[in-house]
Design a protein around this ligand. Structure first.
Ligand code: B3K
Ligand code: ZN
Length: 864
């Protein structure tokens, strides 16, 4: 299996003006005809190579003349045609089998509805074509089907014709006026309920909005529709960007490999990322729907109108669009809490990816299977890189850069360099060193050393990026380090050059920044996580107890609290007998007593650092020590804070559901308290606390509180949990999206018979190996969020996951490759565990039909 390299990029030999697709959906097969106008673009080209897989070729016509099979070369992956004129029309008819397509890529059947997923390289499973993002064409799509079975026949753009054929079937025709790469093509055929609405753009055009959901689900569609309208308005206000077609459609399907897909004018969504109501969805679901609807909508400009030249440039659209959706959520909700969630993704997942065998820069240099590069690095680190540029040039400068980017590149397929050039040119800025973030992988470590003597404060910052699996040598980066200076009373220093809050630009391996100040200040570092780095600085407990209440950045309060936790967790990890100091509990008590403290922030502060994030920073520690230390901290908090937790719970558990930012914050705080109270209930067998959890489950009028009670019950276990599990099953069986929560809570439970339980759950009527949501809810949650059981020293967790991967390799390679993540990121584990994992990976590597997706990850992991 061959890798492709960024350095080998070559522009396409042939360009396409128009493509006309006719897709005939028949019960036992699907017929696809593509009529494409090609123009030679490279005068020295001698042949046209079209990508195509898993199709039966029925006929090939060149300018209307049938070609014999000997006139073209056919392999498993391509069709090659030689001796072509400079401009011609090629008509290819093929047969495909969507009904048995369990990979959920290309055209497939999802619970009775046909739908497509073409990004990154799925269009080649639909027809023979140059399946690459720099071939832009105007698409016309005819869909032929039996309308009684498939009342809605949808594709990109505007519907321009609909006719009854003589055999009673229907043919509809769609035309998308905007030239696009084939990865943005979409087709849907099915029977849905439709929620329709309209949006008037700021220039006064009326856009039809249509949201298609499974029959009977209309009551769960309103939130996604209002999220869409909010997104459209936000993009006009903040970025000056307006929608461009007359209709915007979203279809929710049950079988989907990821969250959603931004196909031009016709988004296809995982139903999990659309459907929500008070009874069935949590606050987290509501917020995630809002952000994903926004993300896909924002792609219309950053991705669709301006697209990627090649897939190595994926972060051009994804990093930027994640940055945009993050800003959208932050403008709408709590900036601090959103930032905390973004940073957790970086620390818990992206840092681990960069430390593992799949480490790659945000613009990768080589790829075997493109689907493996829709990663936290390309997406989330990519967004951090955009965020740093935003902080370097400021909001106004950033908007000027965006404007120039669209002026220069609307309608084009471009590179990350083009984006940075626009930012640079619009701002007269020098981003030449900054650009290294695009090509260098790994997590930089920034060490701070702060000294004070004779009226001079010296802040020395040193950077070092450890070598990664893909790249030995590392060079210094441009790292913006956001700092603030406080006096011992917690007041921002007024008389310091550059201001009390400023950015130190670290551009060399080591730099010292000096300031004249009258007395020794406390310095808060890397505020707002101003760069995606690991900061090492040993704050004293005194500094932290001064800075945490003093910080004016709400996010940074949380960050400093993490520093306090981590510092003492690391001490506990190295010494089991270490006693946590009272400063931890006292700091939290003070925050809880202060009615100025943001409730949602307090909820975040009450959740202790995850095992994954600790593994990243506790070098040389065993996972057992990490898990024990984390448990000990939870127990300490639960017992020291019990009185405060109980009263905080009482004050914030209002019971009556409302959907507002304030109500969400209160629920999150009450439920964070409930979680810790459950820890206490378990260790002390306190019946009142057990009853509190039960009460909340029984009386909750919304899914957030129900699920929080169910999770709390899973900590306590015993009859309480068994009863709740049974009750929930009776209430929701058959409603698979809701049952996913039920599968997940059980998969995360820290009990010794967990694998037997999971095996039993696999025979539950709502479980289905072909549906990625189910597999992720049960198996994915176990592997990612049940560290104690997954990493059981016997290795049984690893062996179990390996078996599942083997099974999923045959069903759905993309899902299999995503789920293998915890098995390949083993570098922080001990030798005994690594040994077991390696054996399992070696067995998987021998599978007769190993997918490219798994091959790439397993072979890299085994090379480590
Ligand atoms: N662009 C799609 C992701 C496609 C993943 C292909 N394996 C969704 C998104 O990022 O918006
Ligand atoms: Zn995206």
């Amino acid at each position: 299996m061959q890798a492709k390299y960024l350095k080998d990029y070559q522009a396409p030999d042939y360009l396409v003006d128009t493509i006309e697709l006719t897709v005939e959906l028949l019960a036992e097969k699907t017929l696809v005809e593509s009529k494409v106008h090609y123009k030679k673009a490279n005068p020295t080209a001698t042949c046209l190579i079209l990508n195509g897989e898993q199709q039966k070729v029925l006929s090939v016509l060149l300018d209307g003349r049938a070609l014999a099979a000997s006139d073209y070369l056919l392999t498993d992956e391509a069709m090659q045609l030689d001796n072509l004129p400079d401009s011609f029309e090629l008509t290819i008819k093929t047969e495909i089998d969507p009904v048995n397509n369990t990979s959920l890529e290309g055209l497939y059947l999802s619970a009775g509805a046909y739908c497509t997923q073409c990004e990154a390289e799925g269009f080649r499973k639909i027809t023979y074509y140059q399946d690459r993002p720099d071939v832009l064409a105007v698409f016309t799509t005819h869909i032929i089907a039996d309308q009684s079975e498939f009342p809605y026949l949808l594709s990109n753009g505007n519907k321009v014709a609909e006719q009854q054929l003589s055999d009673g079937r229907t043919q509809v025709t769609w035309q998308d006026p905007f030239p696009k790469p084939c990865y943005l093509f979409a087709l849907v055929a099915g029977d849905f309920d439709c929620l329709a609405d309209t949006y008037t753009t700021k220039s006064g055009r009326e856009v039809k909005l249509e949201l298609f959901v499974d029959k009977g689900n209309l009551k769960r569609a309103a939130h996604a529709m209002s999220s869409l309208k909010t997104s459209m308005q936000w993009d006009e206000q903040r970025f000056g960007l307006e929608y461009d077609l007359d209709v915007y459609m979203i279809v929710a399907v049950d079988f989907f490999n990821m969250g959603a897909m931004e196909n031009k004018g016709l988004n296809v969504f995982n139903s999990k990322c659309v459907l929500a109501d008070q009874d069935s969805a949590t606050d987290a679901d509501y917020l995630s729907i809002e952000s994903i609807v926004g993300h896909e909508y924002f792609h219309n400009w950053t991705g669709n109108r301006v697209t990627c030249r090649d897939w190595f440039q994926l972060s051009l659209k994804e990093g930027l669009t994640v940055f945009r959706d993050q800003e959208f959520s932050m403008d709408l909700g709590s900036r601090a809490v959103n930032r905390i969630h973004q940073v957790k993704v970086m620390r818990e997942h992206q840092f681990a990816e960069d430390a593992g065998p799949m480490s790659h820069p945000i613009r990768p240099e080589s790829v075997i299977e493109m689907n493996n590069f829709y990663t936290v690095t390309v997406y989330d680190k990519g967004a951090e890189v955009i965020r740093m540029m935003h902080s370097i040039v400021g909001e106004q400068g950033f908007q000027a850069g965006m404007k120039l980017y669209f002026q220069r590149h609307d309608g084009q397929a471009v590179t990350c360099d083009d984006f940075v050039a626009a930012m640079q040119d619009a701002n007269n800025a020098d981003l030449s060193l900054f650009k290294r973030w695009y090509s260098q992988s790994g997590t930089p470590e920034v060490k701070a050393d702060i000294r004070y003597s004779n009226g001079t404060l010296s802040v020395t910052l040193a950077q070092h990026t450890p070598s990664t699996a893909d790249q030995q040598e590392k060079l210094p980066l441009h790292i913006p380090v956001n700092v603030a200076f406080f006096d011992a009373q917690g007041q921002l220093l007024t008389d310091i050059a550059g201001g009390a809050e400023q950015v130190l630009h670290l551009t060399q391996a080591q730099q010292t920044f000096e300031f004249a100040v009258a007395s020794q200040p406390y310095v808060s570092l890397l505020r707002d996580f101003s760069a995606p780095v690991k900061l090492s600085y040993n704050y004293s407990d005194e500094a932290l107890s001064c800075l945490i209440p003093a910080e004016t950045s709400q996010y940074t309060k949380w960050e400093l609290m993490q520093a306090l936790y981590n510092k003492h967790l690391l001490a506990k990890i190295t010494n089991q007998n270490y006693q946590f100091p009272t400063v931890i509990g006292d700091t939290i008590k003070a925050l809880m007593a202060d009615d100025q403290t943001d409730k949602a922030l307090l909820a975040e502060i009450l959740s202790v650092p995850s095992v994954n994030s600790l593994l990243e920073i506790a070098s040389g520690a065993t996972i057992d020590a990490v898990i024990d230390a984390q448990k000990a901290l939870k127990n300490m908090l639960a017992s020291t804070l019990q009185a405060e937790l109980q009263s905080c719970y009482q004050q914030n558990h209002i019971g009556k559901y409302q959907y507002s930012q304030n109500a969400i914050a209160q629920r999150s705080l009450a439920n964070a308290c409930l979680g810790l109270l459950a820890v206490n209930a378990k260790s002390t067998k306190n019946i009142t606390l057990v009853e509190l959890v039960n009460q909340q489950y029984q009386t909750a009028d919304n899914m957030t509180d129900k699920l929080a009670a169910m999770s709390a019950a899973s900590i306590i276990g015993g009859e309480l949990f068994a009863g709740i599990i049974q009750h929930f099953d009776q209430q929701w069986r058959g409603d698979a999206l809701v049952m996913d929560k039920w599968f997940a809570v059980q998969a995360r439970q820290d009990v010794d018979d967990i694998l037997d339980k999971i095996e039993q759950l696999q025979s539950h009527p709502d479980f289905n190996w072909n549906n990625p949501n189910r597999v992720r809810a049960l198996i994915g949650q176990f592997a990612m969020f049940n560290p104690v059981q997954f990493h059981h020293s016997s290795g049984r967790g690893y062996r179990f996951l390996a078996q599942v991967i083997q099974k999923m390799n045959a069903i759905n390679p993309q899902v299999a490759a995503r789920m293998i993540t915890p098995l390949i990121q083993f570098s922080k584990l001990d030798d005994a565990r690594i040994q077991i994992i390696r054996e399992e990976l070696a067995k998987l590597a021998e599978l007769p039909k190993l997918s490219k997706d798994l091959f790439e990850k397993i072979s890299k992991a085994l090379q480590q």
